[in-house]
Every structure is written in structure tokens, then in C-alpha cells.
Design a protein around this ligand. Structure first.
Ligand code: HEM
Length: 453
């Protein structure tokens, strides 16, 4: 067995702890989930429903794909993540409402729309590279917030088009902060059954900022409705979306909810994945050099163009391997609508199934050297025959992440732009402690030494 202490920053706990539930909840996932098909979650609190942690691809396929319509989202996750701004979005909708919303938002993520966004990806990545060029030689930069900034710029342009210029991004980012930074509390309260009317630290700031966000986005939608002309951005597509069967269009609450969801889900996740990727490449200089050489061979010294993105295969594999080791979403939760059999298990209505992406990605039976970093695992040759649910950074089945291709394109462009211009190395003495908030973050950031090439 190989040892990668930096890449396995904790040991699964024998007994679940409240502290872990509030900081890094994966610590409470039992070690069997990395060896066996499933594990039973032990409750920290007696009122927690029975929870089955699934880490076998075939069982996961049953839940997410074959019997998908028999499950709804996990109500604890919904309680922790939903608020007055986002609760009517495609992310939280269920049944027929979800189906229509998913149909309505899908055109915004079609291949041709994404291709048209590549110049925006290139331009935003290039602006960040320019900024870093002016940093002092060998500056230490925390790449986690830097990645959030660049992916936020991108999603803003994708959603609002030219309107992104007038958008007060600083105020928006300040307003989402209280919600994001208290998610761990809300998860904890939800999971241990604290009633939702009881405040948690920071609750009043969350309420204020959610009000502000709701008003700001409602005004934005109203302004756009009043303005003339068609817009090719995501907001424009949502405004013109019409259900082909019923003719239904989105009301203002649904529009605001989806805008907010795209703005958050569309930048936090990709930023997290990019941060971990740069950190892993700093850890593995050989792979970093291979990414750089691939870009040199395929792109040389000219600007990146749309056609390059599909050709830089190792760069893409690096992102895939990074999301295997550090998936931005550690898992997805599901609750059966009625009693159901999954493999040999009977899951009753009211109980929970957690699809433990983190454990599947480090499962002893699925991967050689599961905790080691090796982008070649995602070469066509090596990936051949791998179960479709053995790798789940974006989930699977009908509710698979709608922004998957958007994110892969965007991240490939950003990674290529940064790696060709800078060398990344680890800061001695910095150690990783994981924090499971909205996404899987490093508690003390991802500071790296960055030197221009
Ligand atoms: C690396 C980046 C990303 C990761 C790792 C990621 C991951 C995920 C995961 C795991 C799910 C849940 C699937 C489930 O519950 O079964 C999801 C759903 C979703 N994601 Fe992403 N996501 C990323 C980027 C994006 C982007 C860029 C957008 C939008 C611009 C987006 C929008 C959504 C939406 C709207 C859903 C809900 C889909 C539904 O319920 O039908 N995501 N994502």
C-alpha cells in the first residue's frame, strides 16, 4: 500500500463527532465505505433517520439512474442550502415542476452556446494572468479566492452578457458571504434536528443579505424585461424559455431563483476544483511540466483559440483526476418517496441514501493506489471498462449537473492559461485541513508560490 499523507488529510473516525459534522463531515463517514459496497451511518443524535452511505457503483446506478424517479433530494441538504432566493430553482424543484424547469434551462447549456462562451473564458483567464504578472517575484498567492474571482467573472458574463459591466459584483459577493459561510452550521442543525426557527451564529446577517439579494435580482429581471431586444445570455434564454407542451414561461420568482443558483453553483464549484488542481500540480511537478509541454506542443506561443480546448487532453485529465481526489461536491443525498429495494437493501420512506462520491473516488476495489495523484487514470485506455458510476464529480442520471460541460470547458481554458505562464510550487509548512462547506475547501486556503515563466 502506498502512503500519500498530504493527499489523505484525515483518518475516518470510529465514532461520529459533532465537531467533525460542523467542520469536515467526511471524517464521520465510516472506513468500510472505502472497502465495502456500503456503510451504515451512525447517528450523532438518536433522531437522525437511518442513513445508508453507498459507495458501490452498481448500487449507486440503481439510485441515481435506474430508479431515479423514486427518489427526491435529501431534505437535510435542502434545508441547509435552500433560502428565499434560490428555493424555486431547478436545483430544488421536484417531479413535473423539475422536469419543466430542466427543459427550460437546458438550451443555455447546449454545445453551440458553450462554444460561443469560450472567448469569454479565455479573456477572463488572461486578465487574471496579467494581474499575477504584476505581483512581486515569487509572491505567495492563495489560489482559492483567486479562482473564485475568475469563475465569478465568467459566470456573470455568461448569465448577464453585457449587463455584467453594470453589475455591482463586490456588493453581491459581500451579500452571498454570510449564507455561504454558515452552511456548515445549517447542515449541522438540520442533521441533528434543531428546529429551523432557532437561530445559528450569523443568522440575522444571513436573513438581511438574502433580502438584499432577492431585491437586487428581482430589479435586474424587471430591468431586463423592460429593455428592448433579444439577448443571447443565460438570462435572455430563461426569459424566452417556453414549455413546448404547455406554453408555460418562467415567473419572476423562478427566474430570480435560477439566476441566483447559476451564479452560485456556477462559480463556487469550478473555483474549488481549479484551486485543488493547481495545488495538486504544485505537489506533482512532473505532471505540471507535462501540462505545460502539452500546451507548448499544441498551442505554442500564440493565443488559445476555441479549437485548442478539445486537443489538450492531458490538461483535461488533470482536472478529472483532481476532482476524483478532491470532488467539490463530496456526495449527493437522496430520500426514497416510498419504501424501495436497492440491491439487497430495503430503504424506507423517510430514510436516507447518501451517494458518497468522496468514498467511491478513493475506493480500494475501484482504483489502484486510490489516494495517489495520477492523471493517466483518465486516458481513454485506462478509463475503458470503468463503471459509469465509479466517478461522480457531477452526479449521474437525470439530475446530473447541468453545468458539467460548461465547467469542463471553462476550467480547461483557465488551467491552460495559468500553467503556460506560471510555475506553481508548494509553500513549505502549509498543511491541508479540509472544510466541507458548500464545496470541499481547504480550511486555511491554498497558498502557492507562483513564479512567472
Ligand atoms: C466543477 C464544477 C461543478 C461541479 C463539481 C458540480 C457538481 C454538481 C453536482 C454533484 C450536482 C448534483 C447532482 C445531483 O444532485 O444528483 C450538480 C447539480 C447542478 N449543478 Fe453543478 N457542478 C459544477 C458546475 C456547475 C455550473 C458551472 C453550473 C451552472 C452554470 C452548475 C449548475 C448546477 C445545477 C443547476 C444543478 C441542479 C441540476 C438538477 O437538479 O437538475 N453546476 N452540480
Amino acid at each position: 500500500m502506498y502512503h500519500h499523507p498530504d493527499l489523505t488529510p484525515f483518518t475516518p473516525r470510529q465514532r461520529p463527532s459533532l465537531r467533525a459534522a460542523a467542520t469536515n463531515m467526511i471524517e464521520n463517514w465510516p472506513s468500510q465505505a472505502y472497502r465495502d459496497d456500503y456503510a451504515m451511518m451512525r447517528g450523532i443524535w438518536p433522531i437522525l433517520p437511518k442513513t445508508l452511505l453507498l459507495s458501490d457503483p452498481a448500487l449507486i446506478e440503481e439510485v441515481l439512474i435506474a430508479k431515479a424517479e423514486k427518489f427526491s433530494r435529501d431534505r437535510f441538504q435542502t434545508r441547509a442550502l435552500a433560502n428565499a432566493v434560490n428555493r424555486q430553482s431547478v436545483f430544488f424543484a421536484e417531479g413535473a415542476d423539475w422536469r419543466w424547469q430542466r427543459r427550460a434551462v437546458s438550451p443555455a447549456f447546449r454545445h453551440d452556446k458553450l462554444q460561443a462562451l469560450i472567448p469569454t473564458f479565455i479573456q477572463c483567464a488572461y486578465s487574471l494572468a496579467q494581474e499575477w504578472r504584476h505581483a512581486p517575484q515569487d509572491a505567495i498567492i492563495d489560489v482559492a479566492p483567486a479562482m473564485s474571482r475568475v469563475t465569478f467573472d465568467i459566470i456573470l458574463t455568461a448569465v448577464l452578457g453585457a449587463g455584467a459591466q453594470d453589475f455591482d459584483r463586490e456588493k453581491f459577493l459581500a451579500a452571498i458571504n454570510p449564507s455561504l459561510s454558515t452552511i456548515a452550521w445549517r447542515f449541522l442543525y438540520a442533521r441533528i434536528g434543531v428546529p429551523s426557527f432557532l437561530p445559528f451564529p450569523g443568522a440575522s446577517r444571513v436573513a438581511e443579505s438574502v433580502d438584499w439579494l432577492h431585491n437586487a435580482l428581482t430589479t435586474l429581471v424587471a430591468q431586463r424585461r423592460a429593455s428592448a431586444g433579444d439577448h443571447a445570455d443565460i438570462l435572455g434564454l430563461l426569459l424566452s424559455a417556453r414549455d413546448p407542451e404547455t406554453g408555460r414561461i418562467m415567473n419572476d420568482e423562478e427566474l430570480v431563483s435560477n439566476l441566483y443558483t447559476f451564479m452560485i453553483a456556477g462559480h463556487e464549484t469550478s473555483a474549488t476544483a481549479l484551486g485543488w488542481t493547481l495545488w495538486l500540480l504544485a505537489h506533482d511537478q512532473t505532471s505540471q511540466q507535462r501540462v505545460r509541454e502539452e500546451i507548448q506542443t499544441i498551442i505554442g506561443d500564440r493565443d488559445i483559440v476555441v479549437e485548442d480546448v478539445e486537443k489538450i487532453i492531458f490538461t483535461r485529465q488533470t482536472l478529472q483526476e483532481s476532482m476524483r481526489l478532491f470532488p467539490p461536491a463530496i456526495g449527493v443525498g437522496r430520500a426514497p418517496i416510498e419504501d424501495i429495494d436497492i440491491g439487497p437493501h430495503k430503504i424506507r420512506a423517510g430514510e436516507l441514501a447518501i451517494i458518497a462520491g468522496w468514498c467511491v473516488h478513493r475506493h480500494e476495489k475501484i482504483w489502484d493506489d486510490p489516494n495517489g495523484f495520477d492523471p493517466d487514470r483518465f486516458s481513454t485506455e485506462s478509463a475503458k471498462g470503468r463503471h459509469r458510476c465509479a466517478y461522480l464529480p457531477f452526479g449521474a442520471g437525470p439530475r446530473i449537473c447541468i453545468g458539467m460541460n460548461f465547467a469542463m470547458l471553462e476550467m480547461t481554458v483557465i488551467l491552460a492559461t495559468l500553467t503556460r505562464h506560471f510555475r506553481f510550487s508548494l509553500v513549505p509548512g502549509h498543511h491541508i485541513e479540509l472544510a466541507t462547506n458548500l464545496t470541499l475547501r481547504s480550511k486555511n486556503g491554498l497558498p502557492l508560490n507562483i513564479s512567472p515563466l
